[in-house]
Ligand binder design. Structure first.
Ligand SMILES: *[C@@H]1O[C@H](CO)[C@@H](O)[C@H](O)[C@H]1NC(C)=O
Ligand SMILES: *[C@@H]1O[C@H](CO)[C@@H](O)[C@H](O)[C@H]1NC(C)=O
Ligand SMILES: *[C@@H]1O[C@H](CO)[C@@H](O)[C@H](O)[C@H]1NC(C)=O
Length: 372
């Protein structure tokens, strides 16, 4: 049996296979419920299980610590309110706030995620899972310590772009999160303007460049750094993918409260794996994409990749799905290359359609622009 836990939804663990509704974990008894997936499969769901002490009161900024056992049965059929307050905590700014001393030691968000992983390690066998074969998958902020909320309203707000243009040096240094000494701001923001905008004004015509540059800075830069750091500290190969399939709906429409096509947004892949209220998808290509993403995660967790040559083995369910989604067989004949810690290019598996997967590499441009 395999388990998949989402770090973004730390309190949600979905376990496949025959698991009892009552499970005894280290701190006590929990009770979950049976749910039915979009494709009609039954699974047990346990939500809102506490895994560490909430960071409230005197623990507000401190590293979360040991959890006390409870008496009776913990109702794990709903996300508990303490977890609800908790989740924004770890992902939002406070999760990464530090005063550089013992008052706010910092990195509480990461330490919190670490506690969640320890909890899984300690308890997963009680759910019947193989403790030597866990797959953890996570999305977005959990990886990149990203706290900035992408706001598509920028484009429709008639004052934002002109203000940004007129006040570029000041606004750009906070928008791009350049924590720079004042004297360097002019130089760096001018470099961004030259590199991405070719010195043109910021406005409706250069909006795509603005989106590209913010995407590079707020995602690729940190995700790229993180992946290379992980690759250089681990013997295991690290594989990354880039999801670029728009589909019928995107998170950007939920944030922007409209149906504009802003392209693909942060978490659009996640919301094709986990069902989000008001995000039901029925279009044929979306349904095929849901299948593909679930198969990628499943086959990665069960069969893994053939690490001898980095090639997806022919036996994997992933390959079968891609083959059946693809008219041209040669589209699947590629190697999923691991992250190369010594390269300036970041290797990514590009998932751009249910029948189109290929390797690409992304030059982490903004790092050069900002840290030259
Ligand atoms: C658990 O919580 C759910 C949702 O609030 C509720 O419907 C259910 O009755 C609770 N179960 C127990 C045993 O308290
Ligand atoms: C862009 O503007 C800067 C001054 O702000 C100038 O040094 C640079 O040469 C310009 N680059 C281009 C391509 O025009
Ligand atoms: C992995 O690839 C190597 C080289 O192509 C091959 O010899 C080996 O049998 C493969 N292993 C699996 C498990 O497919």
């Amino acid at each position: 049996m395999r388990s998949i836990c989402s770090i973004k939804f730390l309190f949600l663990c979905v376990l496949y296979g025959a698991v009892s509704q009552i499970v005894i974990v280290r701190q006590g008894v929990i009770s979950g419920k049976t749910e039915i997936s979009a494709k009609g499969r039954h699974y047990m769901s346990f939500e809102g299980i506490p895994y560490s002490t909430p960071p409230i009161g005197k623990n507000r900024f401190m590293e979360v610590n040991d959890l006390q056992p409870w008496v009776g049965v913990w109702n794990a059929t709903r996300t508990s309110s303490s977890c609800m307050q908790y989740e924004p905590f770890s992902n939002a700014v406070i999760g990464f706030l530090s005063t550089g001393d013992r008052v706010v030691p910092g990195n509480a968000g990461l330490k919190d995620q670490y506690h969640a992983m320890l909890w899984v390690k300690d308890n997963i066998k009680m759910f019947g899972a193989n403790i030597f074969s866990r797959s953890l998958f996570s999305s977005g902020s959990a990886l990149s310590s990203w706290s900035y909320q992408q706001d598509p309203d920028f484009q429709s707000d008639s004052t934002f772009l002109p203000e940004l243009n007129d006040n570029w040096e000041n606004l750009a240094s906070s928008l791009y999160q350049c924590s720079l000494p004042l004297e360097k701001r002019r130089q760096v923001t001018a470099r961004i303007k030259e590199y991405y905008f070719n010195n043109q004004s910021i406005g409706q015509e250069t909006y795509p460049q603005l989106v590209q540059s913010l995407g590079d800075r707020l995602f690729y830069s940190n995700i790229g750094k993180f992946l290379k750091m992980a690759a250089s500290r681990s013997d295991l190969p690290i594989y990354a993918f880039r999801y670029s399939f728009r589909g019928e709906k995107s998170l950007s429409n939920m944030i922007g409260l409209n149906n504009n096509d802003y392209g693909v947004s942060h978490s659009d892949d996640l919301f094709r794996v986990f069902v989000l209220p008001h995000f039901e998808l029925n279009r044929a290509d979306d349904l095929a994409m849901i299948d593909l993403l679930i198969n990628i995660i499943y086959s990665f967790a069960t069969d893994g990749l053939n690490s001898t040559n980095g090639r997806l083995t022919k036996s994997t369910k992933l390959l079968k799905t891609v083959e059946s989604n693809s008219r041209k067989k040669n589209e699947i004949d590629f190697e999923w290359l691991p992250v190369d810690k010594d390269s300036e290019e970041l290797n990514l598996l590009e998932i751009s359609a249910p029948n189109n997967l290929k390797m690409m590499s992304n030059n982490i441009r903004i790092n050069k622009v900002i840290t030259r």
